[in-house]
Design a protein around this ligand. Structure first.
Ligand code: AMP
Length: 287
């Protein structure tokens, strides 16, 4: 049976209301489409923890800045539906922009606060306000029991979890590990913009994270130096930021910090902006 595609809020609400009335546990997987194995890992995981899976496909204009070309974002709905077919999901929610923002971009925003203006948010002003606004709309529309996100977007995960706590939303968040190519490159809808040379260079991000991890017992400076030296060897990679954060606060770790930490990296490769991250365990004291 072809997947049901709901294009309106009321169509989706009918599907989820029926599921809820039948006592089913509902999972929502928010995406912007151009699906790849990373997204499918979320869908697979959703199908193991819920009875009814909804995948949303919506390219949210609010999270794109004026200098970011939203028209360039890949749109591949027929292929996305074909990839979702084997998972037996209940529905795809693929609303047009006018359904989500009937009076143009709404004035009301969920603000991501201070952490929302760091790292990704520094380069992409307003990005996380746009993300949190659309995620809260999607959560209110689908009213899932659980919502799934990829660790690939670590700052997004942190901010969504915090929004759910701060706004008392009765929804669980399930985080799925980053799916990578064999050579380590994190899967991303944007990878399709990389030519062969750029793709080789883009591996530098995951190699830098591996180098960081291998130095985790030698202190923060050594971790950063190890990652930086890998990135400096890739002349096609233009580094935006490389930072080690405390997963509890998402603020940069202080000198001497020990324990779980996340290394975040973002870079431009050609015209394509890529991000990646890796959790490490800092034990070291430098010499
Ligand atoms: P996007 O379509 O880029 O907004 O991504 C939708 C969801 O898929 C987000 O929760 C992402 O973190 C997640 N995702 C994207 N790429 C990957 C990946 N390589 N591994 C795991 N999750 C991913």
């Amino acid at each position: 049976m072809p997947i049901a595609v709901a294009e309106t809020i009321s169509e989706l609400r009918t599907i989820t209301a029926e599921a809820r009335a039948a006592g089913k546990r509902i999972a929502l997987v928010p995406t912007m489409g151009a699906l790849h194995a990373g997204h499918l890992a979320l869908v697979h995981r959703a199908s193991t923890i819920a009875d009814v899976v909804i995948v949303s496909i919506f390219i949210n204009p609010l999270q794109f800045g004026p200098s970011e070309d939203i028209d360039r974002y890949p749109r591949t709905l027929p292929d996305d539906l074909a990839q979702l077919e084997p998972f037996g999901i209940a529905a795809v929610f693929a609303p047009p922009v006018t359904e989500m923002y009937p009076s143009g971009a709404s004035d009301t925003r969920v603000t991501a606060g201070r952490i929302g203006s760091l790292y990704e948010g520094r380069t992409r002003a307003g990005h996380f306000d746009g993300v949190l606004t659309v995620v809260s709309k999607l959560l209110n529309i689908a009213r899932p029991d659980v919502v799934l996100f990829g660790q690939k977007d670590a700052q997004q995960v942190f901010l969504v979890k915090r929004m759910i706590i701060d706004l008392d939303l009765p929804i669980e968040v399930d985080v799925v590990p980053t799916v990578r190519e064999d050579d380590g490159l994190a899967l991303s809808s944007r990878n399709r913009f990389l030519d062969a040379k750029e793709k080789r260079a883009a591996r530098g991000l995951s190699l830098a994270l591996e180098a960081a991890e291998s130095s985790a017992d030698r202190g923060i400076d050594a971790v950063l130096a190890a990652a930086q030296s890998v990135l400096m060897g890739e002349h096609l990679v233009e580094l935006d930021y490389l930072v080690i954060v405390d997963p509890g606060t998402f603020l940069p770790v202080d000198d001497g910090y020990q324990g779980r930490a996340v290394v975040l990296v973002a870079a431009r490769v050609g015209t394509t902006r890529l991000i990646d991250n890796e959790e490490i365990f800092l034990t070291g004291v430098h010499s």
